[in-house]
Design a protein around this ligand. Structure first.
Ligand code: NAD
Length: 262
């Protein structure tokens, strides 16, 4: 029997990048999965069907906008109806914007706080009662190395990710006696569309070339000089979802090639 057979999971922001890698890893471990996120409808349907068929699990999709609490509620209700229960949530949806503080658009600040931080509160709140009642639950928040340390020009992102780490600790304490763990994963740089998109903006903000951004900014602090991969993060999410991780709660665990060791 696979480790997560009989479990079900919602992974927000899983039409791309880390979320998709985590969804694939949870499905490979036997969990039914709900995918969420934006993108081309046909491409999303192909991914959903592939994840389901390759892993012989139920895979469904909901297009909730994670900046909208009513959408998040609708998504949680659809998942509960489809799966009967929700055992694991992975709060992963996120966006980025890179610019100096004085030029940082206030509407980008609001969007980043809503999607990267508040959505984790909204979804966790909705599944917590049932998880506690069943005596088992896993809440995994995809924070960032930027939940532990800062970089310039990322005020909203760094604030939101530090907020996610704080939220993680509080949920962990509230769930601790009910078999519900809550942990934050803090990835270093992973070469996903979110990172690819910020390379030109970072080049502009710092007045350097895009090659220099990869070498001297993105991988400068990452001691291994390698990007973290989505499958490595997926394996970590599977471990945190396992019974072996029952006593791990309230942590912010870096997977960052040594970045935060500096
Ligand atoms: P990505 O752009 O590849 O994927 C982001 C996902 O979120 C997509 O599925 C997208 O459709 C979804 N999304 C965006 N806005 C949404 C909204 N309003 N509602 C619902 N879904 C929405 O990015 P990624 O790099 O895979 O990032 C995933 C998470 O990992 C983010 O929280 C990000 O901050 C975090 N992270 C990424 C890195 C990295 O280097 N890539 C490092 C640390 C942390």
């Amino acid at each position: 029997m696979r480790m997560l057979e009989g479990k079900s999971a919602i992974i927000t922001g899983s039409t791309s990048g880390i979320g998709l890698g985590v969804a694939e890893a949870l499905a490979a471990a036997g969990a039914d999965v709900m995918l969420n996120g934006f993108g081309d409808a046909q491409a999303i349907e192909r991914e959903r069907a592939r994840v389901s068929a390759e892993n012989t699990v139920k895979a469904i999709y909901h297009g909730a906008d994670m900046s909208k609490p009513a959408d998040i509620q609708a998504m949680a209700e659809v998942a509960k109806t489809a799966f009967g229960k929700i055992d694991i949530i992975v709060n992963n949806a996120g966006i980025q914007h890179v610019s100096p503080l004085e030029e940082f658009p206030p509407e980008k600040w609001d969007a980043i706080l809503a999607i990267n931080l508040s959505s984790a509160f909204h979804l966790s709140r909705l599944v917590f009662t049932d998880m506690k009642a069943r005596g088992w639950g896993r809440i995994i928040n995809v924070a960032s190395a930027h939940g532990l340390v800062a970089s310039p020009f990322k005020s909203a992102y760094v604030a939101a990710k530090h907020g996610v780490v704080g939220l993680t600790k509080t949920i962990a304490l509230e769930g601790a006696e009910y078999g519900v763990t809550c942990n934050a994963i803090c990835p270093g740089y992973v070469l996903t569309p979110l990172v690819e998109k910020q390379i030109p903006d970072t080049a502009k903000a710092r007045g350097i070339s895009e090659e220099a951004v990869v070498r001297d900014v993105l991988l400068a602090a990452q001691a291994t000089k390698q990007f973290v991969t989505t499958s490595q993060l997926g394996a970590l999410a599977v471990f945190l979802s396992s019974d072996a991780a029952a006593q791990i709660t309230g942590i912010a665990l870096p997977m960052d090639g040594g970045w935060t060791a500096h």
